[in-house]
Design a protein around this ligand. Sequence first.
Ligand SMILES: [Zn+2]
Length: 622
Amino acid sequence: MRKICLLAITVLLASCGATKNVLTADKTPVLAALDLKNVVDDKVAVTVDAGAFTTEEVSFFIPKTVPGTYSTDNYGQYIEGFKALDYEGKELEFSKTDENTWKISNGKSLDKVTYLVNDTYDTEGEVKDKVFSPSGTNIIAGKTFMLNLHGFVGYFGGLKEVPYELSVSRPDALKPTTSLTLKQLESPVANVDVFTADRYFDVIDNPILYAKPNTETFEINGITVTLSVFSPSGIYSALSLKDRMEKMMGAQKTFLGDINGTKVYNILLYLSTMEADDASGFGALEHHTSTVVVLPEAMPKDGLEQAMVDVVSHEFFHIVTPLSVHSKEVQYFDFNDPKMSQHLWMYEGTTEYFANLFQIQQGLIDEGEFYQRMMDKINNAKSYDDAMSFTEMSKNILVEPYKKNYANVYEKGTLINMVLDITLRQLSNGEKGVLWLMKELTEKYGNNTPFEDDELIDEIVSMTYPEIRDFFDTYVIGDTPIDYNEYLVKVGLKADMVEQETGYFLDGENPFIDVQQGDENVVFIRKGIQLNSFFTDLGAQGGDVIKSINDTAVSLKSIRPIIGQSFGWSPDTDIKMTVERGDEEIELEGKVGSPILNIETITPVEDASAETKKLREVWLKG
Ligand SMILES: [Zn+2]
């Protein structure tokens, strides 16, 4: 029927100028169909069908990049068997102009395009720039499909803003979890789900996880949250993970207060087997009303829950920025020629800062844990270029040398916000901080009102204090490294070296020794880490290979019982260790002592004034 209908319109268009545009492609929803039932060779067949085209040449695109990933992923490389068909089903000629673009020259005859999609998860180990799993795609016929739709559904040039209708034919046992709207059909077809989206952006913004039902739904202050879990061995259920998520998101909502958010939120959790053909990029990607989380199934429950708390809280806070507060570059995202915004310090930095701050404010972690997290970020930030302008890095994040500094948005990006928060608190007598600022910006802008990229900082300065101009000019636009102690002292804290008790061979879960890959007989002292007093007092060095301890030859197998015994050593226990350093073999002898590790940590200043203590209180407790 459709074919006939469109033919009639084409004729009509040719003969009557007055009705032009009535049912042309720009006024007709784009229909995309995915066949998850008949998967052949691990590929899904897709059809994308628009209304009548009026131009000679039509371009079809699969995204090169998508919002939130800040990387070039070329999803077009996973497409094969591309065909452009006319209304009689005959193939039209086309040319592929780059990895993600197909040009069909006889546009007016074009009815639809069809192609096959390969998934990204099972080739992550083989490709050079692998797609981060939470934005990748997965096809396991009959079992599960991770539909990050930018990997499956493309768009025609000029038709990004028209509505989409997505029809998914699926195996009976698999059910979808998504924030896309399910269309109510007069005559539904069994095992075919039809979804609608207002524009292409909304297709991309709403991933779908198809799996055997393993979901839980709960309410938090007006938000309906659904957690959907794919656990390959079945070890994890949504029910078993629900409580911690519910508590955490409740705390987030309390922290955010009256910032307008979403009514629905879906958490799509994919647990990987970690086999060579499964996902290996762990973490999550944010969307307006959902998030895709990928983690290893082998994680113990505690670890998995903590990772979910850290990752999902970060993604959920993205509803503040960039999902609500963002620039035009984000609002009118160009999937195939993206222009990046300068404000990753906010999109990722503020988000990650909130994901830590809310935990201390809402009592999920204590002060010590919060300081430790900030200290870890100070240390982690040292692996990146501290003298790189954050706004310049952000604008150029897809290319080197900025690209390799990307992960610093989670480290220094957080710290920029911590310093800004302390500064705002100080200037406002404790009343205003970064959360206040984000509330103001949310009210001023919001979902559909983007800001001008190079006016945001002026705007923030005009909303706050002239001193904030200096802060941005120096540390965010400028390339001056931040002296954190200068700011910590304002809230009665300092970052300092302290002595901490530790183990002989292990500091908590972190070993001071390691085994050479491929040779379990070579046990060495790790290089490039802070060693404890046990090793340094003996005269051992990072890189030394431990040949024997108390005349027992050391291998992975024999060191285990020695580590076991070490828990019972008293400080005056004698030890003899033979190490190999370069070509030399060295005998080390002495008492084992009480192992001490010098670590840098953030601690309260003892004689801090009442004023600074009060400022710390409002900063940490809201
Ligand atoms: Zn993020």
